[in-house]
Design a protein around this ligand. Structure first.
Ligand code: IFM
Length: 484
C-alpha cells in the first residue's frame, strides 16, 4: 500500500545545500603550482581503485568553475559545501601561499556570494599534501599544527566571505581506512598509527578552531562526523548494538563536547598517554558552533556465533559482534541499505547527546546506475524517492525537537568516489566524463522544487518503505515497518 506523505514545510531559514570535495571534482592536479596530495600517490598504486581510475581530471571543475556555479544557481542552492585542496594553496604543506591556487577558491567564493549562496568551506576532506604525508601525515603530532597554520592562512584570505567553516570531514574514515585498514590513502595498516591519527586529527581540529577565531573574531565553525548508527538485527542484541553505537560515536564526539575520550577498554582504538599530552583535551574541546553529520546507512549488528554465516563481517575492536546486511531492505548501487528510520534515529540521538549544538546534515545521498536516455535526459526516480524519504526523516526529527539547521545532498555532481572510482554516481547532476557535459538529473529538478517551496511536496512514494522503527525516545531493532 502506498503511504500518503503530507506536505512538510521546513523552518524558515533552513539551509538547503549540496556538497562536493576537492579531490573528487577538481582535476587539474598538476596545474598552477599544485603539488601532489596523498590521494594522487595512492591512486597510482596498482589495485587500489576500481578500473584504475584517478582524480587527475575528475569533473574538471578546476577549469569549469563558471559552469558549476551555474548549476548551483539552477538548483537554487542556499549553500554550497566544498573543500579546499591543501596542496593547491600550500604546495609545501606549510609556508607561503600559492596565489594562483588561491585564485580558484577566491573566484569560487566570490561567485557563490554573488549568487546569494552561502559558501560552506571544509578545510580537510582527506587530500593531505604528500610532502606532509612523507613526514608521517596524521600519525605525526606536528600535523595538528601544520593544519592550524593552513586554517589561519585560509581565514586570512577568504574569511570575510565564508559563511561556515568545517575543519575536518569524517576524521574516523581517515584514521580507520587510511591508517588501520589501509584501503584509503595513505594506505597505512598500522593500529598504532591509526590511534595516533585519531588523536592528531582531533587536536588539529581544536587548534584550527582556535586559529580561525583568532584571525576572524566571530565566525561559524564546526566539524563533520559520520557517527555510526548501529541497529540490532535481532531484538536480543539491542543492548550490544546500542553499546557499539555509543562507543564508536563517543570516540569522536565525547572529546569534542566533553573534553575526554570514552572509558572504553579497547586498546588500539582510544587514544591515551603518551599520545595525549596535558592540555590537549581542552584544546580539542574548543567551543564549536555546529556539528556536521554525514549519514548514508546504519550498521546492522548481531552477536557473534561461530561459525560466521555468509555475509557476516567482524566489527573492528568489538570481537563479540558481527555486522551483516538485512536481506529485505532496498539498497543503493553500492549495496548500502536504504533505511531512513535510522537517519531519524541518528539525528535524535545526536541532539540528545549534544544538547544545544545545532546540527547540519552535511552529507546524505545515494549512488544509482544513472544513465542518459536517448533524448539526453537522466531519470533517477530512486534518488528522488531516497531524498524524499530522508528529508521526511529530517523533518520528523525537527518536529520532535532536533535542532537541524540545514541539509546538504551528497553530491552536486557525479564524481570520483574514492576506491570505487567513477563507477558510482551520487550526483544531482550527471557528468558524462568523456565530454565533461553536465546534465541535471530529474532529482536535481525535484530538489530545486523542494528548495523553492521550503517544503516536501505531498504525494505517494513509488513503493512502500522498509525502515528501522525508531521512536523519539531512541533506537530499536529493525521492525521492518512502513514509515514516513
Ligand atoms: O564520497 C564520499 C565523501 O567523500 C565522504 N562521505 C561519503 C561519500 C560517499 O561515499
Amino acid at each position: 500500500m502506498p503511504v500518503e506523505r503530507p506536505s512538510a514545510e521546513f523552518p524558515s531559514g533552513f539551509v538547503w545545500g549540496a556538497a562536493t570535495a576537492s579531490y573528487q571534482i577538481e582535476g587539474g592536479v598538476a596545474e598552477d603550482g599544485r603539488s601532489p596530495s596523498c590521494w594522487d600517490v595512492f591512486v597510482g598504486q596498482p589495485g587500489t581503485i576500481c578500473h584504475g581510475d584517478t582524480g587527475e581530471v575528475a569533473c574538471d571543475s578546476y577549469h569549469r568553475l563558471d559552469e558549476d556555479l551555474e548549476l548551483v544557481a539552477r538548483v537554487g542552492l542556499g549553500s554550497y559545501r566544498f573543500s579546499v585542496s591543501w596542496s593547491r594553496v600550500l604546495p609545501d604543506g606549510v609556508g607561503g601561499l600559492n596565489q594562483k591556487g588561491m585564485d580558484y577558491y577566491r573566484r569560487l567564493v566570490d561567485g557563490l556570494v554573488a549568487l546569494g549562496a552561502q559558501p560552506s568551506l571544509t578545510l580537510f576532506h582527506w587530500d593531505l599534501p604528500q610532502v606532509l604525508q612523507e613526514r608521517g601525515g596524521w600519525a605525526n603530532r606536528d600535523c595538528a599544527s601544520w593544519f592550524a597554520d593552513y586554517a589561519g592562512a585560509l581565514a586570512g584570505e577568504l574569511g570575510d566571505r565564508v559563511t561556515r567553516w568545517t575543519t575536518l570531514n569524517e576524521p574516523a574514515v581517515v584514521a580507520e581506512r587510511g591508517y588501520r585498514r589501509g584501503d584509503h590513502a595513505p594506505g597505512v595498516q598500522d593500529p598504532e598509527k591509526a590511534v595516533a591519527a585519531t588523536h592528531h586529527l582531533l587536536l588539529g581540529h581544536g587548534l584550527a578552531v582556535e586559529r580561525l577565531r583568532q584571525v576572524l573574531g566571530t565566525c561559524s565553525v564546526g566539524i563533520t562526523l559520520d557517527p555510526p548508527y548501529a541497529v540490532a538485527l535481532d531484538p536480543e542484541d539491542e543492548a550490544l548494538a546500542n553499546k557499539i553505537s555509543a562507543a564508536l560515536t563517543d570516540l569522536y564526539l565525547l572529546p569534542l563536547i566533553g573534553g575526554a575520550y570514552p572509558e572504553l577498554d579497547r586498546p588500539g582504538l582510544v587514544p591515551r598517554e603518551p599520545l595525549v599530552h596535558a592540555g590537549d583535551m581542552a584544546t580539542i574541546q574548543a567551543p564549536i558552533d555546529f556539528l556536521g553529520v554525514n549519514y548514508y546507512d546504519p550498521v546492522y549488528i548481531r552477536r557473534r556465533r561461530e561459525p560466521l554465516s555468509w555475509g557476516e563481517q567482524p566489527v573492528d575492536a568489538f570481537p563479540e559482534a558481527v555486522s551483516a546486511k538485512p536481506g529485505d531492505y532496498p539498497r543503493t548501487a553500492l549495496g548500502w541499505v536504504i533505511d531512513p528510520g535510522s537517519f531519524y534515529g541518528l539525528l535524535m540521538t545526536l541532539s540528545r547527546r549534544a544538547p544545544g549544538l545545532p546540527l547540519y546534515v552535511t552529507e546524505n545521498g545515494c549512488a544509482f546506475h544513472d544513465y542518459a536516455g536517448p533524448s539526453g535526459d537522466v531519470r533517477d526516480p530512486e534518488r528522488i524517492e531516497y531524498l524524499w524519504q530522508h528529508l521526511a526523516a529530517v523533518k520528523r526529527a525537527i518536529d520532535d525537537g532536533a535542532d537541524v539547521r540545514g541539509y546538504f545532498v551528497w553530491s552536486l555532481l557525479d564524481n570520483f568516489e574514492w576506491t570505487d572510482g567513477y563507477s558510482q554516481r551520487f550526483g544531482l547532476v550527471y557528468v558524462d566524463y568523456p565530454t565533461q557535459r553536465r546534465t541535471m538529473k530529474a532529482s536535481a529538478q525535484f530538489y530545486a522544487e523542494v528548495i523553492a517551496a521550503n517544503a516536501l511536496p505531498s504525494g505517494a512514494p513509488r513503493r512502500a518503505v522498509r525502515t528501522t522503527t525508531v521512536g523519539a525516545a531512541g533506537p530499536g531493532p529493525p521492525a521492518h515497518s512502513q514509515a514516513q
